[in-house]
Ligand binder design. Structure first.
Ligand code: DGL
Length: 258
């Protein structure tokens, strides 16, 4: 394994670019390849077996492309499949999980909200984490429909505002002081979420933590890139427009059947 090989990043769609952006900001000289499996989104409603199979398919493509480390930029894929990925492939994997720990540790009302997919909230890994925070009331809400609206380019829509209002109002009534975004698509909803939540409620996502963890694992296991610049590559298996837009049209998005 050579330290100048790329980092692979995959998600069920465009949401994992929120994680990719944090990684690229912290590690601008790392070459990266991003796979948006939008054709199969949302993963959140699929069975554990289906999520494992899709995650292996994405991993194998990134391995063929020569990646030295893979970031599973999807909470649903991490919580359902990372154990199986680590067991099968001899490469470091970084996952993303809902940031319950910082929210539960800092909450003054001892009540936090979590918005995530059905697949994440039902997973064994997530429920084991929740068990560690018995003193905190955790209000779980499935973000039905949110990923589909983001994937279809309807982030700033009336329908999105209606869904978010429906999901967040009971959390506000329950006196949460932290909202954990447990899906890598949801950081793109922060402007709309802020319009609904009272200002004292903090919003937490995991992008920066994943970037730091990626840096640590690279240092320890495969080595940081010695390149002086990078050329990020983006692949999608559907219409490239939404992925290109979320990247502010700064990068070329290639179409590939995978
Ligand atoms: N972006 C994903 C996550 O973090 C999954 C969304 C989905 O495909 O349901 O969970």
């Amino acid at each position: 394994m050579n330290n100048n090989q790329p980092i692979g990043v995959f998600d069920s769609g465009i949401g994992g670019t929120s994680i990719w952006k944090a990684i690229h900001q912290l590690l601008p000289n790392e070459q990266t390849i991003y796979l948006a499996d939008s054709k199969n989104a949302p993963y959140g409603q699929k069975s554990k077996e289906e999520i494992i199979a899709l995650s292996m398919k994405n991993t194998e493509l990134l391995l063929e492309m020569g990646c030295k480390l893979i970031v599973v930029a999807c909470n649903t894929a991490t919580t359902n499949a990372i154990r199986e990925l680590r067991a099968k492939y001899d490469i470091p994997f970084i996952g993303i999980e809902p940031a319950i720990k910082p929210a539960a540790t800092h909450s003054k009302t001892q009540t936090i909200g979590i918005l995530a997919t059905q697949g994440t909230l039902n997973s064994e890994l997530f429920n084991k984490t929740v068990e560690r925070y018995q003193d905190t009331k955790i209000i779980e809400q499935i973000g039905h429909g949110l990923v589909q609206l983001i994937e279809s380019g309807n982030i700033d829509s009336v329908e999105m505002n209606q869904l978010l209002t429906e999901y967040l109002t009971p959390m506000i009534a329950a006196n949460i002081d932290y909202l954990v975004l447990g899906c890598s698509h949801y950081p793109y909803l922060i402007p709309q979420i802020k319009k609904i939540l009272p200002p004292h409620i903090q919003i937490i996502d995991s992008g920066e933590a994943v970037a730091k963890q990626t840096q640590n694992v690279l240092k320890e296991k495969v080595g940081l890139s010695s390149l002086t610049e990078s050329h990020p590559m983006f692949y999608t298996n559907t219409d490239p427009k939404v992925l290109s837009d979320i990247l502010d049209n700064k990068y070329q998005v290639l179409c590939k059947d995978f």
